[in-house]
Write a protein that binds this ligand. Structure first.
Ligand code: HEC
Ligand code: HEC
Ligand code: HEC
Length: 380
């Protein structure tokens, strides 16, 4: 199982590109047909491993009911009150992620369509009108399906774009009102989702992680560029991810942002959005190998000097650590030789503990723990 970072919303951040998740290029957008259109027992509503997708999703996947139920909790009421939203279950500010089918216009709803399905098959796989009938034909290729509007989720870039639409950026005022801060991490979040697909379609974990982080950098850059007055903390979250990506992929084009605030934001807007998108596309199509994973793991394990740099603020260090521990976890998990390596696993646990709280974060202590990980790696 993947480990997580969990701390209360610090109170900022903005924007969401759900557009990344829509647009199929067709003149009349295709209709949403509803999960019941997939649920026939000889299709995806059966009991066997190859046909149980509907059962796995409807009985186990938190996307099928929980997101909308969340909008009826006391915590949601509190968030909504602070924003002067009367009913979070009926406000598109919340339903856009928690009950996205509400936003589908009447004209695009098929017979079996049900708003209550929350994050449903078509939220991830694409509206089914143009491919539902044809996609079962044996001569129908992956390219045919994609052309008909079925999203090619086996492509890690496409998959990352799909998930991140709901899993990274939340508007600044919603966070300030008490919404949890979101951290997108494609590999760990894919592992955490109850599986309705076979393991080999997950792709390489380390590669998925890297593509996910590049896409997260694009989205956070977009958000920074589109906010009226981003806070220091928001800038630090973003800056920490730039550091992470540079450390992971020094050969890529990503440059450290310039120092002054105004220039930093302009840089996020003009340059980094495009560059991080390109980096994500490139890594999604690279032939991956464990050698690449090991190289990134070493670069991270040897980054303890960065945490000893007293010119970097405590808050920025804490934000770097937050992304770094999730990264280490996924890289170590994708290398089978470390599965039962006790020194490695215990220093990883220690690093997670040290990264849990932003205000209490101690960079020196973290650097020392990172050195232990580095030693465990060298000893292997
Ligand atoms: C349309 C929006 C949407 C899309 C697309 C989406 N999710 Fe989610 N997801 C949510 C919401 C909302 C929740 C929170 C459910 C709750 O607790 O109310 C959630 C919860 C989760 C959780 C459990 C909480 C957590 O963060 O650990 C995981 C894991 C997850 N999603 C993974 C994924 C993955 C992987 C993808 C892409 C394949 C994806 N999601 C696509 C909206 C979405
Ligand atoms: C950008 C997509 C997005 C938007 C917009 C959004 N949420 Fe969320 N929300 C999520 C995701 C994803 C999670 C799961 C976080 C996790 O578990 O890591 C979540 C979690 C929550 C939780 C915590 C659930 C729990 O029990 O841990 C509450 C409460 C909540 N959202 C309420 C709201 C309300 C109210 C609104 C509107 C004002 C809203 N959300 C808007 C994506 C969104
Ligand atoms: C949160 C996003 C999400 C939702 C919701 C979702 N899927 Fe998937 N699905 C994926 C991902 C990611 C994959 C793996 C990549 C691939 O095989 O395309 C996948 C794979 C599949 C596969 C291929 C299985 C295999 O092993 O070959 C089928 C079939 C499928 N989904 C059907 C469904 C059906 C039916 C529903 C609704 C009942 C559904 N999915 C809901 C994201 C989602």
């Amino acid at each position: 199982m993947s480990k997580t970072i969990c701390h209360p919303a610090a109170g900022f951040v903005a924007g969401i590109i759900l557009a990344a998740n829509i647009s199929s290029g067709a003149e009349t957008p295709p209709k949403f047909l509803g999960a019941n259109s997939c649920a026939n027992s000889s299709c995806h509503g059966g009991g066997g491993a190859k046909q149980n997708q509907f059962l796995v999703w409807s009985l186990k996947d938190f996307h099928s009911q929980r997101p909308a139920a969340t909008l009826t909790t006391a915590r949601s009421k509190q968030i909504a009150d602070a924003l002067e939203i009367k009913d979070p279950s009926a406000s598109s500010r919340c339903t856009t992620c928690h009950a996205p089918l509400r936003d589908v216009p009447e004209s695009l709803r098929g017979e079996n369509f049900k708003v209550s399905e929350c994050v449903s098959c078509e939220s991830c796989h694409g509206a089914a009108e143009n491919w539902l009938r044809a996609h079962t034909r044996h001569d129908y290729t992956r390219a045919d399906r994609t052309a008909a509007g079925m999203r090619d989720l086996q492509n890690l870039y496409v998959r990352a774009n799909t998930c991140i639409a709901c899993h990274q950026n939340v508007d600044a005022d919603i966070l300030k009102a008490g919404h949890p801060e979101l951290i997108f991490e494609l590999d760990g979040q894919s592992v955490a989702e109850p599986k309705h697909w076979c393991a080999e379609k997950n792709g390489n974990g380390a590669q998925a992680w890297l593509v996910g982080q590049a896409v997260a950098l694009r989205e956070m850059s977009w958000q920074l560029a589109n906010e009226k007055s981003p806070t220091e903390s928001e800038i630090n979250r973003w800056n920490a991810l730039v550091w992470l990506m540079q450390t992971a992929a020094p050969e890529s084009n990503l440059k450290m942002p310039p120092k002054t605030r105004a220039v930093t934001i302009a840089y996020a807007a003009s340059t980094l959005q495009g560059e991080s998108d390109q980096v994500a596309r490139d890594f999604a199509t690279t032939d991956w190998s464990d050698t690449k994973t090991s190289k990134i793991l070493s670069a991270f394990a040897n980054s303890n000097e960065s945490f000893r740099d007293t010119a970097v603020s405590q808050n920025l260090q804490a934000r770097r650590a937050e992304r770094l521990v999730l990264a280490l976890d996924r890289l170590v998990a994708s290398l089978p030789e470390y599965k039962n390596n006790e020194p490695m696993q215990s220093s990883l646990n220690q690093l997670f503990k040290l990264a849990q709280s932003i205000p209490d974060f101690d960079p020196k202590e973290f650097a020392a723990a990172l050195e232990k990980l580095s030693a465990a790696l060298a000893a292997h």
